[in-house]
Design a binder for this molecule. Sequence first.
Ligand code: GDP
Ligand code: IMO
Ligand code: MG
Length: 439
Amino acid sequence: MFGLGWGDEGKGKVVDLLCPAFDIVVRFNGGANAGHTVCVGSETFALHLLPTGVLHDTAVGVIGPGVVVDPISLLAEIDTLAGRGVEVAGRLKISERAHLVLAYHKIEDQLSERAAGAEGKIGTTARGIGPCYADKMRRTTAVRFADLSGDKELTPRIRRIVEAKKASFAAMYGEDGGLSSQAVLDDLAQVAERLRSHVCDTTRFLHEAIESGKSLLFEGANGILLDIDHGTYPFVTSSSTGPHGIGPGAGVSPSLVTRLIGVSKAYATRVGAGPFVTELNDAVGERIRQRGREFGTTTGRPRRCGWFDAVTCRYSAQLSGATDLALLHLDTLSGLDEIGVCVAYRCDGQTVRSLPASVSRIERAEPIIEYLPGWQEELRGVRQFEDLPKNARDYVDRIEVLIGVPVTLIGVGPDRSQTLVRGTLRALVKSAEPVGSEK
Ligand code: GDP
Ligand code: IMO
Ligand code: MG
């Protein structure tokens, strides 16, 4: 399961629905930049690093080698969930190969964004994601969970890394970020102690689980348009966000993955900077933002809103080999006289049907919009596809044709129950138990 857009497609809700059918839920990319929201009755949970699946006490959550883990943020998340009746003890496994996001990564993220200025910045979540993945690729300044298990070299190495970071920040940004190697070492001591019981060889754990017939659900974070290789570079995150990230990020071969559920909204949103061809900077965009509560789960920033973009969605669906399209937030579009769908771009005098690589080319593109009639009815009480207003059904059918992937899940509200499931996906959606303190 993965996002087809620029993140926040509703992946948390889809994982939560699918979870009862799976033994293990695996995060394979990103870090605390993710914010996955799950609404069950009066309870709302927002997860950042923990796989959303841990909300179900029947599931084991795995943080794979491809995730960059801010351990302080992870501990806070574990404590918050415990306070709400969700215990992860014995059900959370963290790869010893996963890299740690440390204080200097978050400082560098902020310093580099500030230095880039309003025009040049990416609009990151400031969670240290890019700097941590950069250290991982650089290889000489990275810290993994495996390094925390009593390696005497770690303390002098951390001191050397922090001194090098301070010097490089001072040279690049004119300040050393107020870094202290002792503060980083204190964080690591706390982390090593509290997370020790969770850290293991998750790759071996997953392969043993597969051999014994257990079922695995891979929970993508971010979205394919934010992918480091295939997204709207450089306005992307720093990991492989689609199913192609499962191999390196979880240590499981793509040949073992049998179903690929791509999640999209019935319109488009984006947080942060970067091109967005169908963006609506008008009253309709504002209406979608308010009705859909389009404010970031991680940073609270207002999300940019626009019409559904079949060019980017088809691109992401093809790239990922999606077998199913989960289309969320159909309810948010109620009350509009007509609804736009972008079927192609007009760019430099040409009609373009696939996403250009060049950001400046995407920025010059004009959307070619097909307008479909809207519907006035509220959809949140609907539970069967057949009970949707005809114009809503036609809208879904049109998207299915444009993307070429069956729409097997439709969201008509944030709650777990506000979901229409179609076709063979029905077999995977078992009725779920309530989570947390309501148990
Ligand atoms: P994720 O990062 O992909 O998990 O998505 P987020 O949780 O960041 O953002 C999606 C938001 O939409 C959350 O607040 C969800 O509760 C909400 N949501 C999910 N599906 C639907 C839906 O079908 N309708 C409405 N109105 N809200 C939804
Ligand atoms: P979920 O999993 C929405 C965006 C940021 C920024 C760019 C780079 O909740 O869908 P980063 O901090 O990763 O270096 O930021 O990527 N971004 C997201 N936008 N949802 C997310 O995650 C995102 N993760 C990263 O806004 O534009
Ligand atoms: Mg999100």
